[in-house]
Design a protein around this ligand. Structure first.
Ligand code: AMP
Ligand code: MG
Length: 410
């Protein structure tokens, strides 16, 4: 069986990202399991959560004060007759059936507003005199009341499937009485590091050997993106041994490899996958770090990420993450880069979209970003000092201090 020729497909950053997003939209999410609500944060919902009643279930007062007819306060000060008191959780039979004109009810935050009243005046603008209250400020219709069902109607979807559950979603599920939720199982992601110079971290490296750091940064990224990493042994730069481990890795839903995708004589990952008749979506992206990044499918999806540790981290984040998220059941999102003011000018060569380790500093709204001094895409020490990446478009060779630039937050 002769292997198809190796065609290089090098895309711009944006085109490469769109190719990934298109594939992510085709991905079928894996199996489902039921988890306790307390363990559901960060998981991806596999069932819609419906409102089992209106939210709020009654017109809710948002203030401590007096429930009134707003028309009664068209002229202030005004004296109203106090006909009762409603606290949060008040039994229905204790709530006055109607608040008539010139009447009012003392009401607490979170309590149901009685019929007849259409606004709540804050207690701060009132003074109680026996059975009457003097009100010194007017209110408009609806003021300080959240109408019944205005946040959600009974039976409507509160949280859709495919949503990663954050704390607000957890609160919503709790308010709908869901103590257990159906979520997607975390997909297994095979991690395969390649290179004859790479040794495992518990071995003593020889003078020219390098410890395997990529498998560990990838495992951390995979976990954070909702997957379960499975670390394979380090693959040699030799066709036979490499192929055996790639075949092993392709048994997982996703295989992420590092190293062996550059132009060197011993960069054999593409060769092996080509021999296996893999489909390649791209074999490079015009980015730095990470230019030789490879994305394809051979039964399962695979990524060949460049071996330089920062390239591995950045290319996983830019390209592998959406596929993993889709496998975990999440509706894939867009990459969004917020803008921050640049602290020190940048001079750089054009032609590649750069993702450079940077430090975001300042306080409150006074944020600014500057590049970290680094030795290039192998310098994981500099990257560990960074807290974001500055995103530099391929056509900029000089960016003055003070300009707003895009950053990628992790
Ligand atoms: P490669 O992409 O295989 O040409 O590797 C590029 C650089 O990254 C080389 O200096 C490798 O030694 C280094 N490298 C490759 N894989 C790893 C790894 N798993 N951990 C740390 N460094 C690596
Ligand atoms: Mg290598």
């Amino acid at each position: 069986m002769s292997a198809p020729p190796l065609n290089s497909i090098v895309l711009s950053f944006e085109d490469a990202r769109r190719v990934v997003e298109k594939q992510a939209a085709l991905v079928q999410a894996g199996a489902v399991e039921s988890v306790d609500l307390l363990a559901a944060a960060g998981r991806v919902l596999a069932e819609p959560v419906l409102a089992d009643r209106d939210l709020p279930p009654f017109p809710r007062s948002t203030r401590d004060g007096y429930a009134v007819r707003s028309a009664d306060l068209s002229q202030v000060p005004a004296a109203l007759d106090v006909i009762g008191e409603i606290k949060a959780g008040e039994k229905l039979d204790k709530i006055p059936a109607n608040v008539a004109s010139r009447q009012t009810v003392s009401i607490m935050t979170g309590a149901p507003v009685p019929a007849g009243a259409d606004a709540v005046v804050m207690v701060e603008y009132t003074s109680l005199r026996g059975k009457q209250v003097e009100v010194t400020r007017g209110v408009v219709h609806g003021e300080n009341i959240v109408p019944r069902g205005s946040e959600a109607r009974e039976g409507s979807v509160l949280i859709d499937r495919g949503v990663r559950l954050n704390e607000a979603a957890i609160a919503l599920a709790a308010s709908a009485g869901k103590s257990r939720l159906q979520v997607h199982k975390r997909p297994r992601v095979a991690v395969l590091t390649t290179g004859d110079e790479i040794v495992e971290i518990d071995a003593k490296p020889g003078p020219t050997q390098i410890r395997n750091s990529n498998s560990y940064s990838l495992a951390a990224q995979i976990r954070r993106a909702g997957g379960e990493p499975v670390l394979l042994p380090v693959a040699p730069d030799e066709l036979h041994g490499l192929r055996r481990l790639i075949e092993e890795g392709l048994k997982s839903a996703l295989l992420v490899m590092t190293g062996g995708v550059s132009m060197g004589r011993y960069d054999l990952v593409e060769q092996v996958l080509s021999d296996m008749h893999a489909e390649f979506f791209f074999t490079g992206a015009k980015i730095q770090p990470g230019r030789p990044v490879v994305f394809g499918k051979c039964g399962s999806y695979f990524f060949g990420l460049p071996g330089n540790p920062v390239s591995t981290i950045v290319t996983f984040e830019l390209f592998a993450r959406p596929i993993l998220e889709a496998l975990s059941g999440k509706v894939p999102g867009k990459l969004i880069f917020p803008h921050v003011r640049l602290k020190k000018e940048i001079r750089i060569k054009t032609g590649l979209t750069r993702f450079l380790p940077a430090i975001l500093s300042g306080e409150f709204e006074h944020s600014a970003v500057e590049l970290v001094a680094w030795q290039g895409s192998g310098d994981v020490a500099a990257t560990a000092r960074a807290n974001c990446y500055a995103v530099i478009p391929p056509d900029r060779e000089y960016i003055p201090a003070g300009e707003w630039i895009a950053v990628m937050l992790l």
